[in-house]
Design a protein around this ligand. Structure first.
Ligand SMILES: Nc1nc2c(c(=O)[nH]1)N[C@H]1C(S)=C(S)[C@@H](COP(=O)(O)OP(=O)(O)OC[C@H]3O[C@@H](n4cnc5c(=O)[nH]c(N)nc54)[C@H](O)[C@@H]3O)O[C@H]1N2
Ligand SMILES: Nc1nc2c(c(=O)[nH]1)N[C@H]1C(S)=C(S)[C@@H](COP(=O)(O)OP(=O)(O)OC[C@H]3O[C@@H](n4cnc5c(=O)[nH]c(N)nc54)[C@H](O)[C@@H]3O)O[C@H]1N2
Ligand code: SF4
Ligand SMILES: [Mo]
Length: 741
């Protein structure tokens, strides 16, 4: 029997609505849901391959445990018993602080990954917490934290309404957008041009997005902070700063400090370092200032670089100075349906990092995390506080983080390792226990994080499309781990975990005079939550407490989970609204345009300007039919141009006399890669994609291991970090290129 079912795609940040075809209890096809309020039918090749991914025969169906050195299938019961015994033993001997946790990217795309990992971390009481954030967007969090008082006060470009969009270090035609959730990003860029708007792309490579642009600046990798500072310098020097900052002036501190700092970076002084003519920088500043509305949007190329936090900060400095912060067509603050309901404006306690430091290298804590680049050394350096056991959830740091070979050896030395992951891959092959979550079709979907980054407010929920049939859903897997850590044991009822969260949250809300449920009895509210899985009860609670919620009956027209379920194509919550005042949580109650830690870091940038700019630098790239390390096992996605090649300018290829294969040597090691002459590359810049290197023994991804590629992160020794955010420098790494001998 054939039927269809709706499911939000979990495979990237665009959150497209899919219509799945289901035959005899399995997904057999996927197309875009034309009635989806957010994506209106848009889909990419990954979404179209949902069925193959969902049915991948290499996906683990049963837990694995290590017996006599070999990973073998076992029952859920035995797997949890082993976790309780072995993890209990490590904690008993060395304490919960000796257990490290690594959270990977898909946690941002699953209900379980959004709701339960904090409970596991709390249960351990560990400070050894690592995630893909320090390989990705942490600089943006830090910049937002210092400027607005909240590290999650994300600014996104108002794509549908802007007149002038500057995309810096992002390639949304391939990535489909990141930290700016927009289904059909490509279509939105074309619509911008169709309505007479302009697109500028700043990227050392002539990417597919750059090809669409009216203006493409190709700086040397890693130099964007200087380039953006030069834009700021021109805004001041030429009197182009928006009058009254477009109405925001009374809410902004530090404009004069920024003016003083920028004075050291006129275009003529940074031009040689950035490799961009000064007049191009001046033209960009003038156009930004004169556009009716404009938005600057930065992504990976602004984050995983030497000056990541400075660059992320300057993106929003320009949005403020051109009068484009918090106004339609500019850079705006989305408001998701499960965000806390806005409270009256009030000063906050501010943002800081470094409340504790990493054991080996003394890196400051950022958002309670340690840099992923420091994971290996925290495991392989003995002494007090050394990591003795690891829990990884949805992560593959052996390929994603610097120096995978060292991490490989480190993971091998652990007393115990638990992985929650559907695949036996480069990282999970070190596990003593692997607990596999069910495939996406058997999992619920709600975008807790990404809805707060959407370029148009909306709410959508997908319940599981297929039954679990004996599998354990990931919420239950993670809850059971938490119960073990809380001492409840393997027989505890996983619902306890959710009920505890509900009780705590409602107690806090009812005790907050500014909450929509202030003063109400917790029991009365709890009784209003629907029967069903704990994660649905929590989602209902969050929706009802949220900005559009029914406030548990007090606003009868408001959202509940039942209402959201009754609208399977989603509910549109309208275009983004100005809301700066309710977002601000700095101690001053104002935007801090020149926060002290950023001012202090400018000296480092100043020093870099005089640097020798010879030699090759390495950058990364993504492919439309790939997602980090884990989709190379789907045949339809692993074909054609999706290959791990070294792209470089044909003149560089000729000058070095390269044949088919090049030897690339970086601070952390060397790899051999096929050369792909690419006229779109800047001279002196080479590109290799990440997530490859599937040639390690002991993994179980047959398609991927047939076309393994090399691990670009082996070129990186992990010592190069953006100091303010602990984010690894993954772009702009000096490398030597030579013919393979
Ligand atoms: N050189 C270089 N390195 C990079 C980057 C770069 O641009 N260049 N990009 C960085 C970025 S932005 C990121 S986000 C990181 C990603 O770093 P990671 O998150 O460590 O790596 P992924 O490859 O995304 O691994 C995802 C893992 O989750 C598993 N998984 C998939 N679905 C589920 C699920 O539903 N539940 C669970 N529990 N597991 C699941 C997969 O099998 C896989 O093991 O890589 C970073 N590394
Ligand atoms: N198809 C596909 N989609 C994905 C992913 C994927 O692997 N494949 N991964 C997902 C994830 S985890 C993320 S975080 C997002 C990332 O989303 P994006 O940031 O849009 O993706 P990237 O392709 O990494 O784009 C980064 C761009 O920065 C450029 N760049 C590198 N160094 C510099 C620099 O120093 N300065 C400037 N100005 N530019 C630089 C690169 O050439 C590249 O074009 O994509 C998500 N979507
Ligand atoms: S763009 Fe992203 S969310 Fe949309 S179908 Fe492709 S992978 Fe899925
Ligand atoms: Mo990412």
């Amino acid at each position: 029997m054939t039927r269809t079912a709706l499911r939000i795609c979990p495979l990237c940040e665009a959150t497209c609505g899919l219509t799945l075809t289901i035959d005899d209890g399995r997904v057999t096809g996927a197309r875009g849901d034309r009635d989806d309020v957010f994506s209106a039918g848009f889909i990419c090749p990954k979404g179209a391959s949902f069925a193959e991914l969902d049915n991948d025969p290499d996906r683990l169906a049963q837990p694995l445990i290590r017996r006599d050195g070999v990973l073998v299938e076992t029952t859920w019961r035995e797997a949890f018993d082993v976790v309780a015994d072995r993890l209990g033993a490590v904690i008993g001997t060395h304490g919960g602080g000796s257990v490290g946790v690594y959270l990977g990217n898909p946690n941002a795309h699953t209900v379980a990954g959004s709701l339960y990992p904090p409970l596991i971390i709390r249960g351990l009481g560990t400070r050894q917490v690592f995630s893909a954030s320090t390989l990705d967007q942490m600089p943006k969090h830090v910049a937002l934290g210092y400027m607005f008082g909240s590290p999650v006060a994300f600014t996104v470009p108002d794509l549908d309404r802007t007149d002038y969009l500057v995309i810096i270090g992002a390639n949304p035609l391939v990535s489909n957008g990141s930290l700016a959730t927009a289904a059909d990003f490509p279509g939105k860029l074309r619509a911008l041009r169709d309505r007479g708007g302009k697109l500028v792309v700043i990227d050392p490579a002539r990417t597919r997005t750059a090809e669409l642009a009216d203006r493409h600046l190709a700086p040397r990798p890693g130099t964007d902070a200087a380039l953006l500072f030069a834009v700021v310098a021109v805004l001041f020097e030429e009197g182009l700063v928006a009058t009254d900052l477009g109405g925001l002036a009374e809410h902004v501190n530090g404009v004069d400090d920024v003016r003083r700092l920028a004075a050291d970076f006129p275009p003529e002084s940074v031009s040689a370092y950035c490799g961009v003519p000064a007049d191009e920088i001046r033209a960009l500043a003038r156009e930004l200032a004169s556009a009716p509305t404009a938005a600057v949007y930065g992504r990976i190329g602004t984050c995983t670089v030497e000056f990541g936090t400075l660059t992320s900060w300057l993106v929003d400095v320009i949005n403020v100075l051109t009068g484009n912060l918090d106004r339609p067509g500019g850079a705006m603050f989305p408001l998701g349906a499960t965000a806390p309901a806005p409270r009256p404006p009030k000063p906050g306690s501010g943002f800081r990092t470094g409340r504790w430091h990493s054991r080996v290298s003394g890196h400051p804590e950022v958002l309670s995390e340690m840099p992923s680049a420091a994971l290996a050394e925290e495991i392989d350096t003995s002494g007090d506080g050394q990591i003795k056991a690891m829990i990884t959830i949805a992560g593959n740091p052996v390929l994603s983080a610097p120096d995978g070979d060292r991490l490989d050896r480190a993971l091998d030395s652990l007393e115990f390792m638990l992985c929650v992951d559907p695949y036996l891959n480069e990282t999970t092959r070190h596990a003593d226990v692997i607990l596999p979550p069910p495939s996406p079709s058997r999992s619920p979907h709600y975008d807790f994080a990404l809805n707060n980054l959407a370029v148009r407010n909306n709410v959508r929920y997908s319940p599981p499309v297929l039954p679990l049939d004996g599998r354990l859903d990931e919420a239950e897997i993670l809850s059971r781990i938490a119960l073990i850590l809380y001492g409840v044991g393997v027989d505890g009822d996983p619902a306890l975990v959710d009920e505890q969260v509900i009780a705590t949250t409602l107690a806090k809300e009812t005790g907050d005079k500014d909450s929509p449920v202030a003063g109400r009895p917790v029991d009365e509210l709890t009784a209003m939550l629907p029967e069903g899985p704990g994660y649905e009860r929590r989602l209902d609670m969050m929706l009802r407490l949220g900005p559009y919620g029914d406030a548990f009956g007090a606003r009868p027209d408001g959202l509940t989970l039942a209402r959201v379920k009754a609208a399977p194509h989603g509910i549109d919550l309208g275009p983004l609204q100005p809301r700066l005042r309710e977002v601000l949580r700095t101690p001053s109650g104002r935007v801090e345009l020149a926060p002290e830690p950023l001012r202090a870091d400018v000296a480092r940038l100043n020093a870099a300007l005089g640097r020798d700019v010879d030699g090759f630098v390495l950058i990364g790239r993504r492919h439309l039919r790939s997602n980090n390390s884990w989709m190379h096992n789907v045949p339809a996605l692993a074909r054609g141009s999706n290959r791990c090649t070294l792209q470089m300018h044909p003149d560089d290829v000729a000058e070095l006399g390269l044949a088919d294969t090049a030897k690339v040597k970086g601070p952390g090691g060397e790899v051999l890669a096929p050369v792909e002459p690419s006229p779109g590359m800047r001279r002196g810049v080479v590109s290799l994609p990440h997530g490859w290197g599937h040639d390690r023994t002991g993994s179980r991804q047959q398609v991927a291991s047939g076309q393994p590629g090399v691990n670009v992160n082996q070129l990186n020794d992990g010592h190069s970090l953006d100091p303010l955010s602990g984010t690894a420098v993954l772009n702009g790494i000096p490398v030597d290129i030579a013919p393979a001998d």
